[in-house]
Ligand binder design. Structure first.
Ligand code: IPE
Ligand code: IPE
Ligand code: MG
Length: 248
């Protein structure tokens, strides 16, 4: 593919996380209901998942529904839940064919029963796949994730199973929803806002952040490749100087 020539195959980010924003405004610009934007946004999900798999990205985390999104009008919440369910039902065969493994982060117990059932079934059926890990953030909030971790750790201390000096960064990481996943290398937010909206607060500490005005329903293969190309131009210094990186 022509546009993929921009991309250095040796520098593919292992974990890309995306805040898929702008569906509602995109639809409203077109004088359509917000849900229309979410529907077209599913097509962007399909393209970006496919492209990430082809590039050899290991983990793609998609922020699909935040812990704060429950505050939206009931019709929109229900519409989003319906789209999630139909997406899972329609994609399962493609996930099996492309060896995609589905996982989730977030307080998924809050999701409606029928959605949870489809979700659990898809997770189980794709568990042994060794291709792209597609990680859906559902009813996810970075702060609630940290509160959960602190409670679990405190309980272990109270039970005398853990001492205070055993509490370190890796122990905390291991109590997050993302325990089994690498940290995001590239975090993309579409839709023009420059904020994290409670997404991966701990994990994104050294992610390269890429903001774009493109609304999610229009963020397709080409836009994704552009984001990867921009990531590849960045110098990740992790606190060091350029000269230090040069000398290894
Ligand atoms: C992102 O698009 C999708 C979800 C939050 C579920 P929005 O629905 O936030 O779209 P805007 O930001 O209102 O345009
Ligand atoms: C963040 O988008 C959540 C998702 C993309 C799922 P929002 O549209 O909910 O974020 P805010 O409210 O503008 O910060
Ligand atoms: Mg939004």
């Amino acid at each position: 593919m022509v546009e993929q020539k921009l991309i250095d195959p040796a520098l593919i980010p292992a974990h890309v996380a995306i805040i898929m924003d702008g569906n509602g405004r995109w639809a409203q610009q077109k004088k359509r209901p917000r849900l229309y934007g979410h529907k077209v946004g599913v097509e962007s999900v399909q393209e970006v998942v496919e492209c990430a798999g082809e590039l050899g990205v290991k983990v793609l985390t998609l922020y699909a529904f935040s812990s704060e999104n429950w505050k939206r009008p009931g019709v929109e919440v229900n519409g989003l839940m319906g789209l999630l369910k139909s997406y899972l039902l329609s994609e399962i065969s493609k996930m099996l064919k492309n060896r995609i493994r589905l996982v989730t982060i977030g307080d998924t117990e809050k999701l409606p029963q029928d959605v949870r059932e489809v979700l659990e079934k898809t997770i189980a059926e794709t568990a042994d796949n060794d291709g792209l890990t597609l990680n859906l953030a559902l009813s996810y909030g970075g702060r609630l994730e940290i509160v959960r971790a602190v409670r679990e750790i405190a309980a272990e201390v109270l039970a005398d199973d853990l001492s205070l000096d055993e509490i370190n960064e890796s122990l905390i990481s291991n109590h997050l929803f993302t325990a089994a996943l690498p940290e995001p290398d590239l975090l993309i937010r579409t839709g023009g806002e420059a904020r994290l909206s409670n997404f991966l607060l701990w994990q994104a500490s050294y992610a390269e952040i890429y903001f774009t005005d493109t609304m999610w329903p229009e963020f397709r293969r080409q836009s994704f490749l552009q984001a990867i190309a921009e990531y590849q131009r960045r110098e990740r210094r992790f606190g060091r100087t350029s000269a230090q990186l040069g000398s290894g």
